[in-house]
Design a protein around this ligand. Structure first.
Ligand code: AN7
Length: 360
């Protein structure tokens, strides 16, 4: 018999680099260890000599990068005796919190903006048994409420203002460095609350400081144009974008993200909803990779900067795809022409044959 060591999860894998003890009860669903996929076709379409890698975080257990942070946050909440967790969410955090809470046997309270979360995420939060509080307000209003309520109520906040979240999420950078054997030149990432860009920089910096790698990437954060406080240089009051995951006007890691920008000599930029959706479709059609709209912002932004030469030829670029495409089936179907564009035929051999000949 041939055995491979069982992969349990990122806390188990990076125990010595995370704030856990030998006897900590780890709450895990086998998160992390996601594929780093080299794009085959898109660089050629851009007619640029660039090496683009996709870190496919949509393949985490609940379909987003949030699981990296949630395994840590829930593990620590349980260790500290917490019986309930709470978060405000544009969707993915609520799905992840709901799953890890049920795994731990504690309660998850999630505040979501009414009508503005993708269907798959809502299904997850409900299915895992979270107490779903739909608010007549946006994410930023929900976040404010969560902070206030947690001051007087015995619930642990598991939004990325919980420092254990970033500790877990820094492991994505570890995996990239270990797989490439060196730092990429650029790391492109969607920015909402800016927790993930902060966590990645922590991870890169840790391996750099320990002498495991000699360089760190330039960090580039992309926002949706209607929800781009880092571009405006100020909070945005009524953020709007098709990429509902990053429909955030008051980023919680504002100062931290500006420090990442300065320390890495990076920048922020914005993408229109059209450019985001085009990139999402392109990834699905040309590379076989399905991500949700917010995730495609990283590649959309990278392509903009590759075209202008701001990201020069010869660069090795990693783009994080934060969430799976199945999270938001409505947007996917709509932008593929809608259900009305499906070819409906009689269940006969002739009809199938002629449909094949029409589309061969
Ligand atoms: C797919 O779930 O904030 O910059 O409440 O779901 O670390 O906030 C989601 C954020 C990017 C932005 N891509 O990450 C939530 C939530 C996807 C996301 C982001 C989110 P941060």
């Amino acid at each position: 018999m041939l055995f491979r060591q069982r992969y349990i999860g990122l806390i188990d894998r990076y125990k010595d680099r995370l704030p856990v003890h030998d006897d900590t009860r780890i709450i895990s669903l086998g998160e992390g260890n996601t594929p780093l996929i080299r794009l085959n076709n898109i660089p050629a379409l851009l007619q640029k000599d660039v090496d683009i890698y996709i870190k496919y975080e949509g393949l985490n257990p609940t379909g987003s990068f949030k699981d990296r942070g949630m395994t840590m946050a829930v593990t620590k909440a349980v260790e500290e005796g917490s019986k309930a967790i709470i978060c405000a969410s544009t969707g993915n955090t609520s799905a992840s919190a709901a799953a890890y809470a049920s795994r731990a046997g504690i309660t998850a309270f999630v505040l979501i903006p009414e009508g503005k979360i993708a269907l798959g995420k809502l299904a997850q939060a409900m299915m895992h048994g979270a107490v779903v509080l739909q608010i007549r307000g946006n994410f930023d209003a929900g976040m404010q409420l969560v902070k206030e309520v947690a001051e007087h109520t015995p619930v642990t906040i598991v939004n990325s203002i919980n420092p254990y979240r970033l500790q877990g999420q820094k492991t994505a950078a570890f995996e990239i460095l270990e797989e490439l054997g060196a730092s990429p030149d650029y790391h492109c990432i969607p920015v909402g609350n800016a927790g993930n860009i902060t966590a990645h920089w922590m991870g890169y910096s840790e391996y750099h400081k320990n002498g495991i790698v000699n360089t760190r990437p330039v960090m580039v954060g992309y926002q949706a144009a209607g929800s781009a406080p880092f571009l405006r240089g100020a909070m945005v009051e009524n953020p709007e974008t098709v990429a509902t995951a990053i429909r955030i006007g008051h980023p919680q890691s504002w100062d931290k993200a500006w420090n990442v920008q300065k320390d890495s000599s990076g920048w922020f930029d914005e993408c229109t909803d059209k450019v985001i959706l085009d990139a999402q479709k392109m990834l699905a059609e040309k590379e076989g990779i399905f991500c949700e709209p917010a995730s495609a912002t990283s590649l959309a932004g990278a392509m903009q900067d590759i075209k202008t030469g701001k990201i020069p030829e010869g660069s090795k670029i990693v783009c994080t795809l934060t969430g799976h495409g199945l999270k938001d089936p409505d947007t996917a179907i709509k932008q593929s022409g809608g259900e009305g564009s499906l070819i409906t035929i009689d269940a006969t051999l002739d009809s199938v044959r002629s449909a094949i000949m029409d589309h061969y």
